[in-house]
Design a protein around this ligand. Structure first.
Ligand code: HEC
Ligand code: HEC
Length: 265
């Protein structure tokens, strides 16, 4: 009898101890979880960096080169050379001349590719993959450590008059007038202007003004794309930024005019 009472007391005591310990265990577990967030993030970013490097090695190195300087066997045969990432200068972007592009600009280039050049579209990459490879290519230039990204231009809503006859006519006037586009792009818009043969880009390669009769625009041919290109210019090349030279209305009219030149010889 004494023995039975003793064992009941013991199990009660045990129960109480266990019951009291449960919240302790729970708290301890929460503590462990809270502490483990930082190392998990670290593992994730190391994983991301490895992924970026892996993707670069599989998909980009053949053109952009091992050091990201655009020197590769593939590059030799190309007229439009693969970008040298070590300078941190990019052509197609929404930020003002002289400033770094936004992630969105570069992600767009990676996903769309650059038509009219050998830069392919990587639309099949997941967003995480594109971001990983983007982080990796940023590592080639110290600019990303020392400078802020430029402030993206806001492209207003496309006005209704874009692509109308009247807008094209006005755009043509700007093209030959205050825009001075024919000097490089030619009076037919075929890229054979007076200056077209002598242009060299920042990377030391010859660069030809766009031929509008082909209707191929590397940064996109939709009205909002062209407006953005005209406003921001094509960095590293003779293609100027018209942000402080022409009014938005002129840029929209030019957009109409350029879009109408396709197919004209
Ligand atoms: C077959 C060759 C080729 C491959 C493969 C290639 N590129 Fe390119 N890339 C180019 C060329 C050529 C240009 C330059 C186009 C120009 O100057 O208009 C370029 C330009 C770029 C630019 C600069 C755009 C700008 O605004 O200046 C980025 C960013 C870029 N490539 C990223 C990548 C990434 C990331 C990969 C791999 C996932 C890749 N490229 C694979 C040929 C290639
Ligand atoms: C001093 C020479 C020069 C002048 C002036 C000039 N451009 Fe350009 N433009 C270029 C060059 C060079 C390129 C090619 C850049 C590249 O693709 O590497 C270019 C490219 C372009 C592109 C194509 C971008 C793309 O997405 O492929 C457009 C659009 C354009 N110019 C419009 C104009 C218009 C409109 C004017 C006049 C308001 C103008 N340019 C004046 C030299 C010039």
């Amino acid at each position: 009898m004494v023995k039975k009472t003793f064992s009941i007391c013991l199990s009660l005591l045990l129960f109480l101890v266990v019951a009291a310990a449960i919240p302790l265990v729970a708290t301890a577990e929460r503590g462990v979880l809270a502490e483990s967030v930082a190392p998990t993030e670290q593992v994730a970013s190391t994983g991301q960096a490895l992924k970026g490097k892996g993707l670069y090695t599989s998909y980009c190195i053949g053109c952009h080169g091992k050091r990201g300087d655009g020197i590769s066997d593939g590059a030799k045969a190309m007229t439009i050379k693969p970008r040298d990432f070590t300078k941190g200068i990019f052509k197609f972007k929404s930020t003002p001349a002289g400033t770094l592009p936004t992630d969105a600009d570069l992600l767009q280039t990676i996903s769309r590719g650059l038509s009219g050049s050998m830069m392919p579209s990587f639309a099949s990459f997941t967003e995480q993959e594109s971001r990983a490879v983007l982080q990796y290519i940023k590592g080639f230039s110290p600019r990303w450590e020392s400078e802020e990204v430029g402030e993206a231009l806001v492209v207003p809503e496309v006005p209704e008059y874009v692509d109308t006859k009247r807008s094209r006519r006005r755009g043509k006037r700007v093209y030959f007038g205050s825009g001075g586009c024919q000097v490089c792009h030619g009076s037919k818009g075929d890229g054979h202007g007076a200056m077209s043969e002598i242009l060299i880009d920042t990377w030391g390669n010859s660069v030809k003004p766009a031929d509008f009769t082909k209707g191929i625009f590397r940064a996109g041919g939709e009205p909002e794309d062209l407006f953005r290109t005209l406003k921001a210019g094509v960095e590293g090349t003779a293609m100027p930024s018209f942000m402080y030279i022409l009014r938005d209305e002129d840029l929209w009219n030019l957009t109409s005019y350029l879009r109408s030149l396709k197919g004209e010889e």
